[in-house]
Design a protein around this ligand. Structure first.
Ligand code: NAD
Length: 248
C-alpha cells in the first residue's frame, strides 16, 4: 500500500545512512522526495536514478542546512516547481565527540549549527508555505543521547535536546493551522557511520539493547512514514523513541 501517494517531502542530508533510508522508503510509498546534500553530487545523482520512477520525482539539491540563506534559497527554488510541501524531515546531523576537557569551541559551535540551527533554518523557511496551505508534518531527528546524555557528547546531546524543546514550541505555535511537529529519537542505528567502529564494541551495544540488535535505517524510515501520513493526524509535539527498548 502506498501510504504517502501524492505527497511531497523535503529531507535534509539524504545521501547516506538514515536519510537515504527515509528517501527510499518514502519513494516506495509514493512520495516525491526532494533531498539535500552537502558535498557528494555523484551520490545524489545515483540516488535520483535509483529511486525515481514513473510515479515519483526524486531530486537532490546541494544545500548547507546550517546556512540560513541557503535554506531560504532552497525552499524558494523548490516551491517554484512544487508549490505544495506536505512533509519536512530535518535529518542532517554530525558528531564531533570529545570530553569537555578536550572539546574545542569550534567543535561545540559546529555541532550546534549543523544539528540544531539547521532545524530552525529549515522550519523557518518552510513555515510560510505550510501556513498558506494549512497543513504540514515536520519531523525532526533527535537522538537517545538528547534525552539521556552521554559522556563525550555534550555538544551533540545539547543539540539533540534543543531539537526537542524547539519542536514542542513549534507544535504549540502552529497546531491551530494543522501543522504538526514531532521528533524521532533513534537509539543505536547501524549505518555507514557505525561500520567503521570496532565489531566488538558494536556487539556490546547490541547485547545491551532489549531487542538484541542495532536499529536499521528502515526502522526510522517506517516511523517517519507514520508521522508523515494522515495515520498520525492527531499526534503533535511528541518525541517517538525508536531504540529497541534501550531507555526502558
Ligand atoms: P550520517 O552521517 O550517515 O548522515 C548524515 C547526513 O547529513 C549525511 O548525508 C551528511 O552529508 C548530511 N549533512 C551533514 N552536514 C550537513 C549540512 N550542513 N547540510 C546538509 N546535510 C548535511 O548519519 P546518520 O547515522 O544517518 O544520522 C542521521 C541523523 O540521525 C543525524 O541527525 C543523527 O544525529 C541522527 N541519529 C543517528 C543515530 C545513529 O545511530 N546512526 C542515532 C541517533 C540519531
Amino acid at each position: 500500500m502506498k501510504i504517502l501517494k501524492g505527497k511531497t517531502a523535503i529531507i535534509t542530508g539524504a545521501t547516506r545512512g538514515i536519510g537515504r533510508g527515509i528517501a527510499k522508503t518514502f519513494a516506495d510509498h509514493g512520495a516525491n522526495v526532494l533531498f539535500t546534500f552537502s558535498s557528494s553530487s555523484d551520490l545524489a545523482k545515483e540516488i535520483e536514478n535509483e529511486l525515481s520512477n514513473n510515479d515519483v520525482v526524486v531530486k537532490g539539491f546541494k544545500s548547507d542546512a546550517s546556512n540560513y540563506q541557503d535554506c531560504q534559497n532552497l525552499v524558494d527554488q523548490i516551491t517554484k516547481e512544487f508549490p505544495v510541501i506536505d512533509i519536512l524531515i530535518n535529518n542532517a546531523g554530525i558528531t564531533r565527540d570529545n570530553l569537555l576537557m578536550r572539546m574545542q569551541e569550534e567543535d561545540f559551535d559546529k555541532v550546534i549549527e549543523i544539528n540544531l540551527k539547521s532545524v530552525f533554518n529549515m522550519t523557518k523557511a518552510i513555515q510560510r508555505t505550510m501556513l498558506k496551505q494549512r497543513f504540514g508534518s515536520i519531523i525532526n531527528m533527535s537522538s537517545v543521547v538528547g534525552v539521556k546524555g552521554n559522556a563525550g557528547q555534550s555538544n551533540y546531546a545539547a543539540s539533540k535536546a534543543g531539537i526537542i524543546g524547539f519542536s514542542k514550541s513549534i507544535a504549540l505555535e502552529l497546531g491551530s493551522r494543522n501543522i504538526r511537529c514531532n521528533v524521532i529519537a533513534p537509539g543505536f542505528i547501524e549505518t555507514e557511520m557505525t561500520e567503521v567502529l570496532d565489531e566488538k564494541v558494536v556487539q556490546e551495544w547490541r547485547d545491551s539493547i532489549p531487542l538484541k540488535r542495532g536499529g536499521k535505517p528502515s526502522d526510522i524510515a517506517d516511523t517517519c512514514v507514520w508521522l508523515a501520513s494522515d495515520m498520525s493526524s492527531y499526534v503533535t509535539g511528541q518525541t517517538i523513541h525508536v531504540n529497541g527498548g534501550l531507555l526502558t
